[in-house]
Design a protein around this ligand. Structure first.
Ligand SMILES: [Zn+2]
Length: 97
């Protein structure tokens, strides 16, 4: 196998690379990792929910952004739901229903 960090060929059972001294990651571990961002923190999430209540498109935009990010999927779903609900509510109010 080859070192993930410097590309030097090392023994399969090596724990530390002899070339750069970096700990060797198991190949499966590295390949299994998905690149995902961090979930929004509580302050950001609260801000987005409040913003969505007043300006529904904010929730739709950030909701869809969240849905596309593994780490923000649940938060994205929440924002999208609130965004859709508030949009419908606002349309109903505007149409005088
Ligand atoms: Zn190395």
């Amino acid at each position: 196998m080859y070192c993930q960090h410097c590309g030097k060929e090392i023994k399969d059972k090596a724990v530390v690379c002899t070339g750069c001294g970096h700990p060797v990651d198991s190949v499966g571990d590295v390949e299994g990792k998905t690149v995902a961002g961090e979930p929004w923190n509580l302050l950001m999430m609260s801000g987005l929910i409040v913003a969505t209540l007043f300006v529904p498109p904010v929730g739709l935009v950030f909701g869809i952004m969240g849905l596309m990010d593994e780490a923000k999927k649940v938060q994205g779903a929440i924002l999208t739901t609130i965004g859709v609900f508030m949009t419908l509510l606002m349309v109903a109010i505007i149409l005088g229903l």
